[in-house]
Ligand binder design. Structure first.
Ligand code: UDP
Ligand code: MG
Length: 323
């Protein structure tokens, strides 16, 4: 069964310093969208929306060139680097009023574009959200695979429900996009937010390949940041955990006091400097950690309360489909 008339698709692609890869992948996206349109799966006014996330290289110049070369390309430049999640949200919000479905994908060619076809098929069967799930990570390094797996497991344990091995390659229907636009938070972690929308969803497996060119913007440090952001913006379990640990240590303290009192009564002399000192250090460390975690949440509250814009668009290029 085909959606009638064919849906207007926007492929949303955030790009940050991708001058080495964009000229290689942009033609692939274009030929995919053209072949989908010619087989009547999507409408001919579908678009590829390239969001330049404040790149410092020639990325915007390349995007401008693409927009001039084909009316299927639309370019949006942000005023500075806002980070992957914000750039992606910007593209999705640009797409929202112009498309029937939007698919977000990275510009480095790592996500298999042939999955787009399957995603649209599932949309036609009634899914409002289709998650792209990586079936193989054979081309990623062992370390990246391990750290990513730990990331998903830790996230789920800590109460942020994310789809295993799903990054930001997904289809969202207009309805899902409209619902997403109601989430007003500044600490964006789309992978955790989208499942909260709760509309009918399904998954498509694809194989993740190697980056065609350029290098990853997600080294370990940024991955850890993303994980911490994801957990603290979606769950308050860590704070709960702190209370439990606090109570536990309080009880151990009381037991220790009773023990000291008993040994004092029995007349045994108190020895063991080091153990006392290590206990102090351990508790001190634990307290600092707890304060740090609480501080993370207070910091988030502080940023949320400012209600700063999540991104600022500097420039737009290209024709929107249905105007
Ligand atoms: N990206 C972005 N802003 C940033 C960092 C990355 O828009 O501050 C884009 C980047 O151009 C790419 C996508 O986000 O299209 C994913 O980044 P990358 O491929 O470096 O991450 P990885 O695939 O290694 O996790
Ligand atoms: Mg990548």
């Amino acid at each position: 069964m085909h959606y009638y008339p064919p849906p207007c698709l926007w492929i949303v692609i955030p790009c940050y310093n991708e001058e080495s890869v964009l000229p290689l992948t942009a033609p692939l996206f274009l030929s995919e969208i053209e072949s989908l349109a010619s087989s009547g799966i999507i409408s001919s006014d579908s678009r590829i929306c390239l969001v330049d996330d404040g790149s410092t290289d020639c990325t915007w110049r390349i995007i401008s060139g693409l927009v001039e070369s084909s009316s299927q390309f639309v370019g949006v430049a942000l005023s500075r680097n806002y980070g992957h999640q914000n750039a992606l949200l910007c593209g999705l919000m640009e797409a929202k009023s112009n498309c029937d479905i939007a698919i977000s994908i990275d510009c480095d060619g790592q996500d298999d574009i042939h999955a787009i076809r399957k995603m649209i098929a599932l949309f036609e069967e009634g899914s409002e959200i289709v998650y792209g799930v990586r079936s193989a990570r054979t081309t990623d390094t062992w370390f990246k695979r391990m750290s990513a797996e730990m990331f998903y497991r830790a996230m789920n344990k800590l109460g942020a429900n994310v789809i295993f091995n799903h990054a930001d390659y997904r289809l969202l229907s207009k309805k899902a996009l409209n619902e997403l636009s109601k989430f007003d938070e500044r600490n964006l972690f789309l992978r955790g937010l989208i499942p909260l929308i709760g509309l009918p969803s399904s998954t498509v497996d694809y194989e993740r390949t190697e980056r065609i060119a350029g290098k990853s913007h997600y080294p370990l440090k940024k991955m850890l940041h993303l994980a911490a952001d994801g957990i603290t913006s979606l769950s308050t379990k860590p704070i709960h955990f702190i209370s439990i640990v606090g109570i536990l240590f309080g009880c151990i303290g009381i037991l220790g006091l009773i023990w000291t009192f008993v040994t004092f009564i029995l007349g045994n002399s108190v020895t063991g400097w080091t153990s006392t000192l290590s206990a102090i250090f351990m508790l001190g460390g634990l307290q600092l950690l707890s304060l740090g975690i609480i501080g993370e949440y207070v910091g988030k509250l502080y940023l949320e309360s400012k209600k700063r814009p999540r991104y600022i668009v500097k420039e737009r290029k290209g024709e929107l489909g249905n105007e």
